[in-house]
Ligand binder design. Structure first.
Ligand code: PMP
Length: 300
């Protein structure tokens, strides 16, 4: 089966899937999206992602005619058709095609796209060593809580990270760390886990929400507050969270060692606990026959 796409009610091979050049997603980035992943043939936290998609759509006043239940069936079907055990499902809704004009069209016909691709997880060695990051100015708009298609500032930040030979760009606004270009950020300072408050300067990450819960369960002191980049530079640990990267330690920031220069104990504990949550929701037993990259690596 070639990689499949769903476009406005039809499933077809991705190379035959097209939308209009007048689509407002293409013209203005006028739309929202989600990325959901699976483990062992099951979608992880699908409802949380669908809730956030609906919230993002409300944030840009985009009426979505699909109910939550319809999305659930659609995504589950697309995922099943792909045959991948470990997949990345991309959902996108735009304000649809209309002659180019900034104001909303009178009649909105949203464009809905779903694609399913095989997920290449972070390699075990990268995870064991930790990743590197640089800080870059946060040039994004004021509604980063909306998962909108306007990703140009994130794209430029990621490219800067690549040019610097590091994994992630950590975004800084007025001396304060907001989040990563593709991740949420946490630091451990004197035994307390600190991270940005849930406000419009960050995306309310699904992995972040799970991680916050795990921090509470583990009894680690937690502060959700403004955290300066200078605090991050002095932190004992820094870690990132995200759907595709899970929880990963940052061991170098702007070329300087973070803590001991190795993944720290808090991030390692949380990563193991996240593994328990994943194993409970996506048990290993349901790997489909056609799986190409079946099975999670074992967590220790
Ligand atoms: N912040 C940004 C800017 C992101 O792009 C992502 C990845 N979607 C995240 C945070 C992490 O969110 P989640 O855990 O829902 O993947």
């Amino acid at each position: 089966m070639p990689t499949i796409a769903f476009v406005n009610g039809r499933f077809l091979p991705i190379n035959r899937a097209t939308v209009s050049i007048e689509d407002r997603g293409f013209q203005f980035g006028d739309g929202v999206y989600e990325v959901v992943r699976s483990y062992n043939g099951r979608l992880f936290h699908l409802d949380a992602h669908l809730d956030r998609l609906e919230q993002s759509a409300r944030g840009i006043r985009l009426p979505i005619r699909y109910s939550h239940a319809y999305w659930r069936r659609l995504v589950t079907r697309a995922f099943a058709m792909s045959g991948f055990a470990d997949a990345k499902v991309y959902l996108q809704v735009t304000r649809g095609p209309a002659p180019r004009e900034h104001r909303f069209p009178n009649t909105v016909r949203p464009t809905v796209v779903v694609t399913v691709r095989r997920l290449d997880p972070l390699s075990a060695s990268v995870r064991e060593q930790g990743v590197t990051a640089i800080t870059v100015p946060d040039l994004r708009w004021g509604r980063c809580d909306v998962k909108s298609l306007n990703l140009l500032a994130n794209v430029l930040a990621r490219e800067e990270a690549r040019a610097a030979g590091v994994f992630e760009a950590i975004l800084v606004r007025d001396g304060v760390v907001t989040e990563g270009a593709i991740s949420n950020c946490f630091a451990v300072i004197g035994g307390t886990v600190v991270t940005s408050p849930t406000d419009p300067s960050i995306l309310p990450g699904i992995t972040r929400a799970v991680t916050l819960e795990l921090i509470r369960c583990e009894g680690f002191p937690l502060e959700q507050r403004v955290v300066t980049v200078e605090e991050y530079r002095r932190a004992d640990e820094i870690f990132l969270t995200g759907t595709t990267i899970e929880i990963v330690s940052v061991v170098s920031l702007d070329g300087a060692k973070v803590g001991t220069g190795s993944p720290g104990p808090v991030a390692q504990t949380l990563y193991r606990r996240l593994g328990d949550v994943i194993d409970a929701e996506c048990p290993r037993a349901v790997v489909p026959l056609k799986s190409r990259n079946a099975g999670r690596r074992r967590r220790t």
